[in-house]
Design a protein around this ligand. Structure first.
Ligand code: XMP
Length: 537
C-alpha cells in the first residue's frame, strides 16, 4: 500500500465526494425530516428518470444550493413544529425561489415558518383518508376531485400563511395549500405511498409541470457520466477492487473497467468457505464474459487453518475479516510491485448506506460483526471510488443490465462476507464445508427450477452440529442434520420465513438425503427476523 498518501477513511468517503453528481441540472433535493417514507420519495422520483438526493434537513443552506436543485421537497417527519427537539432546519430554504413541495410535516413546517398557525389536531388521522380538491393548481392538475390518500398527521394547519390558498381538504383538516407566486405547494398526505391513488401523477406534476425537469436520468446517461467522471478522477492512476462476485462489487468494477481498462485490477479471494464451484464460476463470469483484469487468489489453506478448532460465531467472523484484509493487502502490494503505484480502491457502496451514515443514530447493540469485501481498514491509505453511492439496489441491477452483464450475476441472492463459515455451526473444516456445499447446491438448484430464486431474498442450507439416527435401505445411519432456510425480505433488516411449496421442500429433502453422503436428516427453519436472524451465526 502507498504509505505516503494521506489517510482516507471509509468515513471520509461517505461525505459528498467527486463521485456525487452534485451539480447536474435536473436534481431534486429531498430534505429529510425523519419520515419513514423519505427514501420512498427519492425512489418515486427516480422511477420518473429524474435524479434525486436525500439530505438531512439540518444541512447548511449552502449544501442545498450546491446541489443546484431544480426543486426541493420537504419530507414528512415524526415531530411537531413546536417540539423542543423539532429538527433545526434552515427556513431560508423557503426563500430560495426554487419550487418547493412540502409533504406532511413539510406542510406544517411551511405553515409555521411563513406566518400561519399549526395546532394539535382534535382528531389524529393515520391511514386511509379521502381528500377533496378544492382549487385549481398545477400540482393537482388532472387529478380526480375526490382522492383516496394515505394520511398521517397529529398536527394540522389551522391558519394558512399570508398569500396561501387552500387547495385540498378532508372532512376534518387542511390537506393541501399553495402560494403559486412564491412557487410553494404542500400536501398533508403522502403522494409517495401507493395507497394515494394518484400520488405518482401528483409527483409528476411537481417534476415536469412545476420544476420543468427533463426525464434524462436513464441508465445510459448514468453510465456515460459516471465513466467520464471516473476517467477524470483517476487520470493515469491505477485502481484495485476486492470482488465477491456479487451484484454491487461486480457492477462497480465493470463501470471502473469501462473508464480505465486494465489499469483496474480486481482481486477475488477463495477463502475456503465459498459455495460449490463458486471460485471457478465467478472467474468465468468476470474474466471470461466481462473481460475484467482479475487476480484470483486461492487462500483456502490460510483461512481454514486459522479457523481450525474455532466454534464461536463472533470469533469466526473476526478471523475471516482479519485474514481477508491480510490477503488483500498482500495482493495489493504484489500488484503495486508488478504494475506500479495503486492510488484508488473501488467499493460497491450503495445509496442506503450513504443515507444511513449521514443520519444521526442512537447507540445500537452489535448483534453480529458484519463485514464484507468493502470492510477494509482505514490504514489502507487509498482514495475511494464509489460509483454506486447514488443508487438503490434495483437501480444497480438496471445499470448492470445496460452494461450487458449476465443475469446470473445481477440476480444473485446476497451472500455474507464470512461465507459458509456462518452457516456451519461448530467447527469449520474442509470436509464439513464440502458437505454443506453439496446440500446448498441442491437447495439452490431446486429453488431455481421451481422459478422461485429471484422471488426470494435468500435461500440456502445450514449444517448443524447435530447427528441423528436414520435408516437407508436396510442400513442404520448416524449422520449430520441440515437445515433449509428461505426468507422474504426488503433489505435484510427484517425478514419473514418463506412458505415454500411442499413439493419443493419434498424434492430438496429427498435429494439431500439421497445424494449427500453424511447428511441423513433435513429440517426447515420457520423463524422470522426478528426474533431470529437470517444467517444462523
Ligand atoms: P442477519 O444474519 O444479520 O443478516 O439477519 C442480514 C443480511 O446480511 C447478510 N450478512 C452479511 N453480509 N457480510 C455481508 O456482506 C456479513 O458479514 C454478513 N452477515 C450477514 C445476510 O446474508 C443477510 O442478507
Amino acid at each position: 500500500m502507498q504509505k505516503e498518501r494521506p489517510v482516507h477513511s471509509s468515513k471520509t468517503a461517505l461525505n459528498p465526494s467527486p463521485s456525487q453528481p452534485a451539480a447536474q441540472a435536473s436534481t431534486i433535493v429531498i430534505l429529510d425530516f425523519g419520515s419513514q417514507y423519505t427514501q420512498l420519495i427519492a425512489r418515486r422520483i427516480r422511477e420518473q428518470n429524474v435524479f434525486s438526493i436525500v439530505l438531512p434537513c439540518t444541512v447548511p443552506l449552502e449544501q442545498i444550493t450546491a446541489a443546484n436543485p431544480a426543486g426541493i421537497i420537504l419530507s414528512g417527519g415524526p415531530c411537531s413544529v413546536y417540539d423542543a427537539d423539532a429538527p433545526a432546519a434552515d427556513a431560508r430554504v423557503l426563500a430560495l425561489g426554487k419550487p418547493i413541495l412540502g409533504i406532511c410535516y413539510g406542510l406544517q413546517f411551511i405553515t409555521h415558518h411563513l406566518g400561519g398557525k399549526v395546532s394539535s389536531a382534535a382528531r389524529r388521522e393515520y391511514g386511509h383518508a379521502e381528500v377533496k380538491i378544492v382549487a385549481e393548481t398545477p400540482l393537482l392538475s388532472g387529478l380526480a376531485k375526490h382522492q383516496p390518500v394515505w394520511m398521517s398527521h397529529g398536527d394540522e394547519a389551522l391558519e394558512l400563511p399570508p398569500g396561501f390558498v387552500l387547495t385540498a381538504k378532508t372532512d376534518n383538516a387542511v390537506a393541501g395549500i399553495a402560494d403559486e407566486n412564491r412557487r410553494i405547494w404542500a400536501v398533508q398526505f403522502h403522494p409517495e405511498v401507493h395507497h394515494t391513488r394518484q400520488g405518482t401523477d401528483l409527483l409528476r406534476n411537481f417534476l415536469f409541470r412545476i420544476c420543468g425537469v427533463a426525464a434524462d436520468w436513464t441508465p445510459e446517461h448514468f453510465i456515460q457520466t459516471t465513466v467520464e467522471r471516473i476517467r477524470q478522477q483517476v487520470g493515469t492512476g491505477r485502481a484495485i477492487c476486492a470482488l465477491s462476485g456479487g451484484v454491487d462489487s461486480s457492477v462497480a468494477a465493470v463501470l471502473v473497467h469501462r473508464a480505465i481498462g486494465d489499469r483496474l485490477t480486481c482481486v477475488f479471494v477463495d477463502n475456503g468457505v465459498l459455495r460449490k464451484n463458486e471460485f471457478q464460476k465467478v472467474q468465468e463470469n468476470l474474466r471470461g464474459h466481462l473481460g475484467l483484469n482479475l487476480v484470483a487468489v486461492d487462500a483456502r489453506e490460510r483461512f481454514l487453518s486459522r479457523l481450525a478448532g474455532v466454534t464461536d460465531p463472533e470469533a469466526k467472523r473476526k478471523i475471516i475479516g482479519r485474514e481477508f484484509i491480510a490477503v488483500f493487502d498482500d495482493e495489493a502490494q504484489r500488484i503495486a510491485e508488478h504494475s506500479g503505484t495503486v492510488d484508488w480502491l473501488v467499493q460497491g457502496t450503495l445509496y442506503p448506506d450513504v443515507i444511513e451514515s449521514s443520519s444521526v443514530k442512537g447507540p445500537s447493540q452489535t448483534i453480529k460483526s458484519h463485514h464484507n469485501v468493502g470492510g477494509l481498514p482505514e490504514t489502507m491509505q487509498l482514495k475511494l471510488i464509489e460509483p454506486l453511492r447514488d443508487l438503490f439496489k434495483d437501480e444497480v441491477r438496471r445499470m448492470g443490465r445496460d452494461l450487458g452483464m449476465p443475469e446470473e450475476i445481477l440476480q444473485r441472492q446476497p451472500f455474507p462476507g464470512p461465507g459458509l463459515a456462518v452457516r456451519i455451526l461448530g467447527e469449520v473444516t474442509a470436509s464439513r464445508v464440502a458437505l454443506l456445499q453439496e446440500a446448498d447446491a441442491i437447495v439452490v438448484e431446486e429453488i431455481k427450477s421451481a422459478g422461485l430464486y429471484t422471488k426470494i431474498w435468500q435461500s440456502f442450507a445450514v449444517l448443524l452440529p447435530v447427528q441423528s439416527v436414520g435408516v437407508m435401505g436396510d442400513q442404520r445411519t448416524y449422520a449430520a442434520t441440515c437445515a433449509v432456510r428461505a426468507v422474504h425480505s426488503e433489505d435484510g433488516m427484517t425478514a419473514d420465513w418463506t412458505p415454500l411449496p411442499y413439493d419443493v421442500l419434498q424434492r430438496i429433502s429427498s435429494r439431500i438425503v439421497n445424494e449427500v453422503r453424511g447428511i441423513n436428516r433435513v429440517v426447515y427453519d420457520i423463524t422470522s427476523k426478528p426474533p431470529g436472524t437470517i444467517e444462523w451465526e
